[in-house]
Design a protein around this ligand. Structure first.
Ligand code: FAD
Length: 328
């Protein structure tokens, strides 16, 4: 006898599988003091509980030393379960020096990079290429690929390792154009296409405050032939002073009504909650619009990042009760 089973009974419930989960990643910066380094250990452990797809470590921004980036990337690589992406810039180095830096990262076992032109050194207003250096991030993407190819050609062992753990190269994208270079979104789309043509695998965006900017960038990039994933960079809007500082640094000014709303709270806990809520709305809007995941600018603090993941059901974990203070 055959039994007929109603279709509803055999259909699996619609739950997101681990593969469906949007990517989650965090940006960290190298600590500027021993105290900051100690606090960062706790922050990294807390972020690790969210099982992010990767964490990225900034490089040389605002004049910070490059050795600390290397140390932090190595620490993450060798003492945690996290996959680090090392930011790398063209600033202040000849091509040969950049090759040596790339070789050092590769020797350490780093397999993922975020290739950037870089900010001007601290105190400088204009970005000037090193006379014997690289001029654009696209050139850096090309160089990363060339260095890896040369290593694989030199040694079959390296070639096998390269096959098992391929090099991945990310680049930056700018939903509202790159204010630092005076570029429009159209300029950025052209630059993004050249980064893809040089061998970039995916892009991470600059901070932005409205979903339509991100979605317009993706739409215009797709129309221009950019096919790589473009991950939105998300800054939790919990600290109005930070939003203003980031606005000055990036040229992406936070909306007045957002600042007014956040500064209107006397109670820091209520302000934190409201800021996470606003950010969650932005995250939901970009994910609904097709974003592959989110990259959270943590400023080396875990609470807002994890609360954001919790509110957006992206796998947040309860944050420890004490939040390490800002790194100095
Ligand atoms: P490039 O790709 O070299 O582009 C620079 C400008 O040149 C473009 O804006 C565009 O106007 C023009 N351009 C380039 N190629 C083309 C083209 N083919 N057609 C038309 N125009 C073109 N800075 C740091 O110093 N350290 C960091 O760790 C760091 N991390 C960052 C992480 C993210 C996610 C982002 C978004 C930015 C980061 N920055 C960092 C800042 C970044 O270095 C600066 O914004 C820099 O001004 C531009 O970098 P880029 O890699 O986009 O430059």
């Amino acid at each position: 006898m055959t039994m007929t089973v109603a279709r509803d009974e055999v259909q699996a419930p619609q739950r997101p599988t681990p593969a469906d989960r949007p990517t989650v990643s965090f940006e960290l910066f190298p600590p500027r003091s021993e105290d900051g380094a100690n606090r960062l250990v706790a922050t990294i452990a807390a972020l690790e509980s969210a099982r992010p797809d990767f964490v990225s470590v900034t490089y040389g921004a605002s004049g910070r030393t490059r050795q600390t980036t290397r140390r932090l990337v190595a620490q993450i690589l060798h003492t945690t379960s996290l996959t680090p992406i090392a930011h790398l810039t063209c600033v202040d180095n000849s091509r040969d020096e950049t090759v040596a830096i790339i070789e050092e990262f590769l020797d350490e076992g780093v397999r993922s990079f975020l290739a950037l032109r870089g900010d001007p050194p601290a105190g400088a207003t204009d970005w000037q290429p090193h006379p014997a250096g690289l001029r654009t991030s696209a050139e850096l993407v090309t160089l990363l690929r060339e260095v890896e190819a040369a290593r694989c050609a030199r040694s079959q062992a390296q070639a096998v390792r390269g096959l098992v753990k391929p090099l991945s190269v990310a680049v930056a994208a700018f939903p509202r154009g790159n204010h630092a270079t005076g570029g429009t979104r159209a300029d950025d789309v052209a630059a993004l296409l050249s980064k893809q043509q040089a061998g970039a695998d995916f892009a991470i965006t600059q901070v932005f405050w409205d979903a339509p900017s991100y979605l317009a960038l993706v739409g215009e990039a797709r129309a221009a032939g950019v096919t790589i994933p473009i991950i939105p960079g998300i800054l939790p809007a919990t600290d109005p002073d930070r939003l203003v500082r980031v606005g000055r640094l990036t040229g992406v000014t936070p909306p007045d009504d957002l600042l007014a709303r956040l500064t209107g709270y006397d109670d820091p806990t209520a302000r934190h909650r409201a800021g996470v809520r606003v950010t969650a709305d932005l995250v939901n809007a970009v994910l609904d619009g097709g974003a592959p995941g989110i990259h959270v600018y943590t400023f080396n603090q875990h609470r807002a990042a994890l609360d954001l993941l919790d509110l957006t059901h992206l796998g947040g974990a309860p944050a420890p009760r004490t939040e390490p203070k800002d790194l100095v």
